[in-house]
Ligand binder design. Structure first.
Ligand code: ATP
Length: 312
């Protein structure tokens, strides 16, 4: 049995820099993992072959990115003991689904790390990232985590050295937004493509722990689409700014919004002020890691096994 935590990501900048013939877009983004996490537990289920996913509010079976990731892993490497044994992946969701926070990709990254450990495969992170990229463009980032300038379709990563963590609050209006639809409308509405450079400027501001510069540089090209579809997103932005956030930006394709705080205490204060006024408001801090193992139990696994958790 292996327990893995899967941190959400926020985009401090997101610039759409080009369009590909296959419908994907080139982007440049400063991505950051935060301490809003899902818990992913992999349990051996020798009686049932195959990969099974269960959890609150997530698709079961192959519709689940965690399932797909483990299947991709099984296709990429030979089974350690002749054939693959069954595995159940239990997901305890805290990250809002289809919220622009890469929750599904984070679960996929966690499942890859968990399966690698469960079966003692010894696969390096670079190879896991290559396998994960087949499942989703954000999976490589969710494996590494921390702060990174992302290019390509979000899968080409340049890490930024860890700095003292910044903090804020994440708000979600309680409904999902389809990433594919937002990019489709970005094209249909002929919204302009942007220049590269902002993510690097943001990386410098984060590395320097310059909260004012970070606040000024926050920007997301996809906001123009999502706000038009869902004016609630603009309202969330205004709400967090009027509560005292230094700046605010939509995460990914939305609808979640990140509000930047002066420090962790200010982030907690903002979350308390906004709780009850929006469906989801949690304080968050930047973290310098991606999906990581928090508990491991040897033996046959199953419901009776014990997981020793390294934190919380
Ligand atoms: P995207 O990577 O598309 O920008 P997002 O961060 O906006 O995603 P996710 O929470 O990753 O949102 O969900 C995107 C889609 O993936 C949803 O339609 C959801 O049903 C599906 N999905 C599959 N597996 C998972 C999972 N383990 N957790 C959350 N969503 C999942």
């Amino acid at each position: 049995m292996v327990a893995v935590e899967a941190p959400a990501k926020v985009n401090l900048t997101l610039t759409v820099t080009g369009r590909r013939a296959d419908g994907y877009h080139w982007i440049e983004s400063l991505m950051q993992t935060v301490d809003l996490v899902d818990r992913v537990v992999l349990v051996r289920t020798p009686s049932e072959a195959g990969v099974r996913c269960v959890g609150n509010g997530v698709p079961v079976g192959d519709g689940n990115l965690a399932c797909r990731a483990v299947r991709a892993l099984q296709e990429a490497v030979p089974p350690p003991a002749g054939e693959w044994e069954g595995v159940t992946i239990r997901i305890r969701k805290r990250i809002p689904v289809a919220g622009g926070l890469a929750g599904g990709s984070a679960n996929a990254a966690a499942a890859l790390i968990g399966a690698n450990a469960l079966w003692g495969l010894g696969i390096g992170r670079k190879e896991l990232a290559r396998i994960g990229a087949q499942v989703g463009a954000d999976v490589p980032f969710c494996l590494y985590g921390g702060t990174a300038v992302a290019q390509g379709i979000g899968d080409v990563l340049e890490p930024v050295p860890p700095a003292p963590p910044l903090a804020g609050v994440i708000l979600n209006p309680g409904f999902p937004v389809s990433t594919a639809r937002v990019y489709q409308l970005y094209d249909e509405w002929r919204l302009p493509l942007g220049e590269e450079g902002r993510a690097r400027a943001m990386a410098e501001a984060v590395a320097a722990h310059d909260v004012r510069a970070v606040a000024q540089l926050l920007q997301n090209d996809l906001e123009a689409v999502t706000v038009r579809l869902h004016p609630e997103v603009a309202a969330l932005r205004e709400l967090v700014l009027s509560a005292g956030a230094l700046g605010a930006v939509m995460c990914g394709s939305g609808p979640s919004v990140f509000g930047l705080a002066e420090n962790p205490e200010h982030g907690e204060h903002l979350a308390r002020r906004l709780a009850g006024r929006v469906p989801f408001a949690v304080a968050c801090r930047f973290v310098s890691h991606g999906a990581r193992i928090t508990g491991f139990a040897q033996g046959p696994g199953g419901e009776g096994g014990t997981i020793v958790c390294a934190d919380r």
